[in-house]
Design a protein around this ligand. Structure first.
Ligand SMILES: [Zn+2]
Length: 459
C-alpha cells in the first residue's frame, strides 16, 4: 500500500508546473519594502498570500497591520490546541532591483531561461515561501496529519524587520509553537544539501559629512577648503589595517575564537577559495589574514562599504568641490559581539579619525546579534534525514555569512530554536541583478519539506 508520505510526494511531482506558476505570480508583485512608492505592492502581496493560503487548505489566514508593512499569519488547525505546532517563517519583501540596466529580463516579469527562473525575489525568498506552501499543500491534499502548521510572513526583512520583534512579543499566543522552520538560509551547491546552524549579526550605519555650505568651484577653492569626499575616502581607508582586520576600537574584544573542532568542520565544506573566486567573478580574494574565505565569511566579523555618494557623478565633467559626502557602512558580527557596542565603537572611531574641517552625523540603520543554534535538536535531525532521502547525500551543517535576526528574536521570545535551511544557492545572485531560482532545487526543496513534516510526526 502506498503510504501518505509517498502520496504527498506523488502529488508534488504531478503539480510541478502549477507550483512554478505560483512562484511566477508571487515574483510579479514588486514588493520592495524600502521603497515608499511600492507600499501598494506590499499590501497586495499580503492579500495575495492570504488568498493562496486559504485556497490550499489553511483554515485561518489574516493580515495584521504594523507600523510598517503588514504581517501575514495563518494556521491549518486553529481549533485543535493540543497538537504540536510547526511554525514556518518567511519574508515576502524583496530588495530593490537596481541597477535596472544590468537585468537581462525585467525583474518583475519572471522569465525562465534554462533551469532557472529569473526575477527579483525568485530565490530570496519568494521561491522558499512557495516551496514551503507547495509542500504543505501536498501534505494536506492527501490526508489529515496530527500537526498544526502555522506560517508567519513578514514584509520588512530586507529593511531589518523593525516591527517584527514587537509583533511576535504581542502575538505570543498566536505564534506559540513546537518547532520553527526558517528557509531563508541556503545551500552551498545544488548537489549538496545544507543546514545552517550559525548566522552572523549586523550593525548598519549611514555616515554623512558636511563641508562648505554649498558646492564650490574646485579651481576657486580647491586646496583651501577640505573636500568632504576626500575626508570620507580617508576615514574609510583607515577602517581596515594592512592585515585586513577592522580597526574600530575594541571590535574583536568579544569575538568568540574559532575552535580547532570548528575549523576542522569548515575545512570539510566543499567551498575552496577557488570556489569563491569563481562565484564572485574576481581574480584574487581579499580578507583577514590567517583565515580561509569560508572561515572569514562564516565565523569572523567584517566591515563593508555598501554605498558612496558625493559630488558630480553624471556624464562628462564638472569641476566641483562638493559640500556633502555620504557612505553606507555595515558590519557583520559573530557571537558574542553586540550591535550596540559596535555602534559605540564606530562613533569612537569617527571621533578619533575625522578632522575638524567637516561636520558629521551617523544614523544607526538595521542591526541584530549573531546566532548559533543547536544542530542536534530533533527538528534539525528531521530536516537532515529529509534532505538525505531526497538528495541521497548527508547534509552538511554550516555557518553562514548572512544575518537572519528573526531567528534570534523568535528563540528569545517564543523559546524555540529554528531549523535554518533553504533552496537558494550563492550563484542565485540574490540582492543583485539577474536574481534567479534554480528550479530543480526548488522541487527538491518541496520534497524535502514534505519528508521533514512526516519525519516530525513520526520521529
Ligand atoms: Zn531573505
Amino acid at each position: 500500500m502506498t503510504s501518505n508520505r509517498e502520496k504527498a510526494i506523488q502529488f508534488a511531482r504531478e503539480n510541478k508546473v502549477r507550483f512554478e506558476e505560483n512562484l511566477i505570480e508571487l515574483v510579479k508583485i514588486p514588493s520592495v519594502s524600502t521603497d515608499p512608492e511600492q507600499k501598494w505592492a506590499m499590501q497586495q502581496t499580503a492579500e495575495h498570500l492570504v488568498r493562496h493560503l486559504l485556497a490550499i487548505g489553511f483554515k485561518q489566514a489574516e493580515i495584521y497591520p504594523t507600523e510598517g508593512h503588514p504581517v501575514v499569519v495563518a494556521q491549518t488547525k486553529p481549533d485543535e490546541k493540543k497538537l504540536p505546532v510547526l511554525l514556518v517563517y518567511g519574508h515576502y519583501d524583496v530588495q530593490p532591483p537596481d541597477p535596472l540596466d544590468l537585468w537581462k529580463s525585467k525583474p518583475f516579469e519572471p522569465t525562465r531561461r534554462g533551469d532557472r527562473l529569473y526575477g527579483r525575489g525568485a530565490s530570496d525568498m519568494k521561491g522558499q515561501i512557495c516551496a514551503s506552501l507547495a509542500a504543505i499543500e501536498s501534505v494536506f491534499s492527501q490526508n489529515e496529519i496530527p500537526l498544526n502548521i502555522k506560517v508567519i510572513f513578514e514584509g520588512e526583512e530586507e529593511i531589518g524587520s523593525p516591527n517584527l520583534a514587537k509583533f511576535i512579543e504581542t502575538h505570543k499566543e498566536l505564534l506559540s509553537c513546537t518547532y520553527i522552520f526558517n528557509p531563508d538560509a541556503g545551500l552551498i551547491s545544488a548537489d549538496l544539501p545544507a543546514i545552517t546552524y550559525g548566522l552572523r549579526g549586523l550593525a548598519y550605519f549611514e555616515l554623512r559629512l558636511y563641508g562648505p555650505s554649498h558646492d564650490l568651484h574646485s579651481g576657486g577653492f580647491g586646496g583651501a577648503v577640505h573636500n568632504p569626499a576626500q575626508v570620507l575616502c580617508d576615514v574609510i581607508s583607515k577602517m581596515h589595517d594592512s592585515k585586513g582586520r577592522v580597526t574600530l576600537p575594541g571590535f574583536y574584544d568579544k569575538v568568540r575564537p574559532l575552535s580547532d573542532e570548528e575549523r576542522k568542520e569548515f575545512s570539510r565544506l566543499p567551498v575552496t577559495d577557488d570556489y569563491y573566486k569563481q562565484t564572485a567573478g574576481v581574480s584574487e580574494l581579499w580578507g583577514e589574514e590567517g583565515y580561509t574565505a569560508v572561515e572569514r565569511i562564516g565565523a569572523r566579523p567584517t566591515l563593508e562599504v555598501n554605498g558612496l555618494l558625493s559630488g558630480f557623478t553624471g556624464n562628462g565633467s564638472k569641476t566641483v568641490l562638493p559640500a556633502y559626502a555620504m557612505a553606507k557602512i555595515s558590519t557583520r558580527l559573530v557571537p558574542d559581539q553586540d550591535p550596540d557596542d559596535v555602534y559605540a565603537q564606530f562613533i569612537e572611531f569617527l571621533k578619533d579619525n575625522l578632522p575638524p574641517t567637516v561636520r558629521w552625523e551617523v544614523t544607526k540603520m538595521s542591526g541584530g546579534p549573531a546566532l548559533l543554534t543547536n544542530p542536534h535538536i530533533l527538528e534539525a535531525k528531521a530536516m537532515s534525514r529529509a534532505m538525505e532521502t531526497v538528495w541521497g547525500v548527508t547534509p552538511v551543517f554550516k555557518r553562514e555569512g548572512g544575518s537572519i535576526p528573526v531567528a534570534a528574536d523568535m528563540h528569545e521570545i517564543l523559546g524555540v530554536e529554528s531549523v535554518l535551511t533553504g533552496f537558494g544557492m550563492p550563484e542565485d545572485a540574490i540582492h543583485s541583478p539577474n536574481e534567479s531560482q534554480h528550479l530543480p532545487t526548488f522541487h527538491r526543496g518541496i520534497e524535502s519539506i514534505i519528508h521533514f513534516i512526516y519525519n516530525l510526526i513520526e520521529m
